[in-house]
Design a protein around this ligand. Sequence first.
Ligand SMILES: [Zn+2]
Length: 312
Amino acid sequence: MSEQTGPAPLDDQHSPDQHAEPGEEGREHQPGGGVTLADVLLAIEELWPESLAEAWDAVGLVTGRPAQPVRRILFCVDPVLEVIEEAAEQEVDLIVAHHPLLLRGVTSVAANTPKGRAVHRLIESGIALVSVHTNGDSAVGGVSDVLADALGLDGVGPLTQAANGLPEEGIGRVGDLAEITSLGDLAERLFAILPAVAGGVRVSGDRDGLVRRVAVCGGAGDSLFDAVRAAAADVYVTADLRHHPASEARESSPDGRPYLIDVSHFASEWLWLPAGAAALDNVLTDQGHSLDIRVSSINTDPWDFILTPSEG
Ligand SMILES: [Zn+2]
């Protein structure tokens, strides 16, 4: 988790809080003027409705009082203690985390457990926490949409359609590159787009093989192979690919397709943070609110270094 391996901080182009710059102080609403957590939760629901979350998921508000004021928001992938400390230092009022802090049932949040420490730190610091997880994956502008956009895919649709959503909503995305490219070049493009992490980018397939139709799924996507094959994708970009699903996918494809590109789970979802922050800022700005919305600068990928044979 050294600073060198952390994702680059937001550049000006991505900064969603530019309306708070000097020169616009004449706006009717000063930063945080009367905005409550309940107001922000409504904006979050508009963008990433909870009805789009998978049945097993735990999305929504984890800590916080709906009536508490919100001036500063921090987006992160993992609401780990280091990120909560970052939020406390920056006097953040609300953390929007992709991963749930509490996914499974708990019977204690005692501060001598990691989850309990996080809950205590949040409440003691007056920080609200909301999880936007599979609802954020499924929605338009969600995690896989952002990945598809970053690769410049056209004609993008979901890999599996949402049960309670619009036709364009669902888990994963598939679309076409503007130009046929080699598997190696596509992997290099991904490597350049994603934040730097120790594990890098792993590829299964012919480096010079040509690809055009690309399936993507931010986060762990090895349950979607049937949908990837049904979509006739040349290559599947996802994270956390395990040995057996990957090996079986290779065995079942006569021409090696879909090729596989396995990226860091954290990195694949991190791309959504600046996009999600900007989307939330747009909704709140349209409502006349002006908040300071930031992206965590902490790399929460759990891996720190890797040993590989050098390329011959
Ligand atoms: Zn994830």
